[in-house]
Design a protein around this ligand. Sequence first.
Ligand code: ATP
Ligand code: TPS
Ligand code: MG
Length: 326
Amino acid sequence: MLGEFSLIREYFQDQVPSDTLGVGDDAARIPVPGATQVVACKDLLIEGRHFFPDVDPGTLGHKALAVNLSDLAAMGARPLGYLLGIGLRTVQPDWLKAFSGGMVGLGRRFECPLVGGDTVRVSGEIVISVTALGTLPAGQTGLLRQAAKPGDDIWVSGYLGAAHIALSGLQGDTRVSRECLAATRSSLETPEPRVALGQALLGIAHAAIDISDGLAQDLGHILEESGCGAILRCADLPLDPRLDGLPQDLQIRAALTGGDDYELCFTAPASKRADLSRLSQTCGLALSRVGVIRKGSGLNVLDTNGRQMELQHVGFDHFRRDVNER
Ligand SMILES: Nc1ncnc2c1ncn2[C@@H]1O[C@H](COP(=O)(O)OP(=O)(O)OP(=O)(O)O)[C@@H](O)[C@H]1O
Ligand SMILES: Cc1ncc(C[n+]2csc(CCOP(=O)(O)O)c2C)c(N)n1
Ligand SMILES: [Mg+2]
């Protein structure tokens, strides 16, 4: 069976004009007459696959919008508004009030209103589909996956691994203490989209992507699209401090391949290190240098002793067999 990414390339890659960015990046970019370009993206959330049936509806509303704002951030775009498609089994006013409160509340923080959508009844799982729109100045390419250059530093915002540990704890796959679960749950349920950082990276960063499927896989998309290779140093990964006390190899695996982080991974030339250290201060957000882009292909992951490390899988893929064996 085709994997998720080959499937998209094979069946959903339409031809677009040369000044338009179509399928293949964090969001599409469409020029419109006038000074700005429209940036657009969509992410689906399905009950049982992206969230548990008993999830707190307020956090679900937040996450449905947050994962899309994260894609806009990964382009360096400024949020403009969004549309919501939702399929529900029943109308439960309390659930809907909390859901819309979480979603609209997050949108307000970024001056990004709900401007339309569609609502239907379903007999099976709840389906939530958000289409987010943003803008980029005319002539600005945005932060493309194809823009990494050999010699670039690889950077990651914030901390990695907490969302996956929370998920794994809730699923009963990993023994996670009650305290650790309580502390990490917010990373899984209410990720913070790095909207201000994304826009500030225009003119500083070359390539960017948001980490939804795991750093190794998402960085892999940058490498493939840019025709480069990379070295990634586990010793420099920003492991979430809330994971202190868990086995180190588990923390590293969560950070490399867990997913659900919604931090930005970006590349920038070494000449921008001082700018990035200032930006980290002004955004109040850790920025960590975790590796380097080089000529060639493939991701070379070095363990904490500097030795080459093999990964069983690089991240989340909806159509990989073991994801579907639950
Ligand atoms: N059914 C589809 N039709 C057209 N384009 C698609 C379809 N599914 C995905 N794409 C496009 O393929 C590219 C990669 O999509 P993908 O979902 O892997 O990226 P993402 O949304 O940044 O990541 P994630 O979904 O893990 O947050 C994007 O440009 C997306 O718009
Ligand atoms: C209940 C439940 N099961 C599994 C996961 C893990 N998960 C699902 S989709 C995805 C990648 C990003 O999604 P997409 O590629 O669809 O944008 C990840 C890491 C979860 N969050 N909740
Ligand atoms: Mg997607």
